[in-house]
Write a protein that binds this ligand. Structure first.
Ligand code: B12
Ligand code: SF4
Length: 458
């Protein structure tokens, strides 16, 4: 029996725009969910993975699978349905799982043969067995997996074309920020994989560079940090010789031993969600823990950088407190913090989040022709009514932020600093140029988006 697993593309997501920007090739990650599903699949199935981010194949020319499994974030849902329709039309059953299928079960179940909600580890074997015997159910629920059951992902699949491999060491987050899906999807309990599994799996990754996909690698308590340090020690001991990047909270900067061990274990950069520079903003987003009293963000960023790591900062634009001028303000704050890269996203209600409930109750969701409009839920489009900023205005704010932060003079200043500090100047240059190019491409994308809004949503 042949199983084909598919990661759908969304043309609005920058990593897909490889033709328009060659810099994006350095940002392509392997789709971990499908590699884990492949890892859970018994050997009697012949598994292959198609990642449409690297190009959409001619499905008709491929040998016909017996079962298709599709994953999708919300922004990939439209394309997922197109693929599902194609395979169902030729008589191949389609199973869909992942975050969108879990949050929008009723929508998805109308468009595929079977939906798997939650995490797959506890249920995938049963799904396959019933597919094998032609008795697929319409719905399965994996719930939250026992973290020790997470298998090694099939890192041997998808051999070429990727800048980074991927691995996951923890799941879940207790913090439940209002815009984020993680607590409702992966649960509030922070689950950590056994250290020996993580180290062994790291060794099986082919790529030199790896994305640790954890939402927060260091966790939220002393106990979590102690485990993270043990993990780093084991990675050093195993002489992995991998270079990796991960998402952490700013609290990463508060523990010198943690920073030293992370750098020794191969950490080359961290991604930190600052979200906003004001206390009111953090309260609005429910991200209170970022607001440690008297935290000096610049000093915190510098402490991380002193260990040779790059810091990419993420901010959200479109909070109720944001007014005209917020774009340039964010660019200025990010420069003051001294981050090496800046990623600004529009405040976007994703299904299943507290923000979604709030925005829909208040009738503020403007792009609401679903499923068509899901493709704009990439956090790079303004999909709701913002309190003080019209849709045109907020796009201008986003562009002015990027124009400012990614001006050639600012890029050169940052890269010279990296050179001077001997802190990955090349990666910093590539990262900055990639963001700058995507900003240029976005100008055209926004013009098209405004036309779409004008025509279909008045
Ligand atoms: C890594 C990551 C990325 C990487 C993806 C790399 C890659 N190639 O996979 C990058 C940086 C590219 C990325 C981009 C985006 N991301 Co992202 N990302 C994540 C992150 C941190 C981890 C995802 C992951 O790999 N998890 C590990 C795997 C094993 O878990 P999983 O995907 O959930 O899969 C399990 C189950 O869902 C299930 N499953 C999944 N698929 C299938 C399919 C079948 C058939 C079955 C049976 C089961 C099944 O089984 C798996 C094992 O249990 C998540 C947060 C999170 N905790 O999930 C956010 C997250 C998925 N991202 C999110 C968002 C919003 C985005 C972006 C839209 C915006 C952005 N700029 O971040 C873009 C969109 C990309 C696109 N293509 O459209 C949201 C999605 C919410 C939603 N409703 O869609 C999340 C949840 C974060 C959040 N704060 O809410 N992301
Ligand atoms: S944004 Fe980060 S800290 Fe907040 S709930 Fe999501 S994963 Fe947790």
């Amino acid at each position: 029996m042949r199983l084909l697993l598919i990661n759908p593309s969304n043309p609005f997501v920058s990593v897909v725009k490889l033709k328009e920007s060659r810099w994006n090739r350095y940002r392509i990650w392997k789709p971990l969910s499908l590699m884990i599903l492949a890892g859970l699949t018994p050997p009697e199935w012949e598994v292959s993975i198609v990642d449409e981010n690297l190009g959409v194949p001619d499905y008709l020319a491929m040998s016909r699978p017996d079962l298709v499994g599709i994953t999708a974030f919300t922004s990939q849902a439209n394309r997922a349905y197109e693929i599902a329709t194609h395979f169902r039309n030729i008589g191949v059953p389609v199973v869909m799982g992942g975050i969108h299928a879990t949050m929008c079960l009723n929508e998805v179940i109308e468009r595929v043969d079977s939906v798997v909600t939650g995490e797959a580890e506890g249920i995938w074997a049963q799904v396959l067995d019933e597919a094998w015997h032609n008795s697929l159910k319409r719905r399965y629920d994996g719930g939250l997996a026992n973290i020790c059951d997470v298998p090694f992902a099939r890192h041997d699949l998808l051999a070429t074309g990727y800048a980074l491999g991927a691995i996951q060491t923890t799941r879940g987050c207790p913090l439940n920020c209002n815009f984020c899906s993680v607590t409702s999807f992966n649960g509030a309990y922070y689950r950590q994989r056994p250290i020996s599994d993580v180290v062994q799996e790291f060794q099986s990754i082919r790529e030199k560079r790896v994305l640790v996909v954890d939402d927060n690698l260091i966790g939220t308590s002393f106990k979590h940090i102690t485990r993270t340090k043990d993990l780093f020690r084991a990675m050093v001991h195993a002489k992995l010789r991998k270079e990796w990047i991960a998402q952490v909270t700013i609290n990463f900067a508060d523990d010198e031993e943690l920073l030293t061990l992370a750098a020794k274990a191969g950490c080359k950069g961290v991604f930190i969600g600052f979200e906003t520079h004001t206390q009111e903003g953090l309260l609005e987003l429910g991200k209170k823990f970022n607001f440690l009293k008297n935290r000096n963000f610049r000093a915190s960023v510098q402490r991380i950088q002193q260990h040779g790591m790059l810091v990419a900062g993420s901010f959200i634009i479109g909070l109720d407190i944001d007014e005209q001028g917020i774009g340039r303000r964010i660019a200025k704050v990010a420069s003051q913090y001294g981050v090496d890269n800046l990623n600004v996203l529009f405040l976007t209600p994703l299904p299943g989040t507290r923000l979604w409930d709030q925005m829909s109750t208040e009738g503020r969701i403007t792009l609401d022709t679903f499923p068509e409009d899901w493709k704009y839920y990439t956090l790079a489009f303004p999909v709701v009514q913002y309190k003080h900023l019209s849709q045109d205005r907020i796009i201008e704010e986003m562009l002015s932020c990027d124009r400012d932060f990614y001006s050639m003079s600012h890029i050169l200043r940052r890269v010279c600093r990296n050179l001077w500090q001997n802190r990955q100047p090349l990666i910093s240059l590539v990262g900055n140029l990639s963001f700058r190019r995507n900003f240029q491409l976005n100008c055209k994308t926004y013009a098209d988006f405004k036309r779409y809004l004008g025509n279909s949503h008045n």
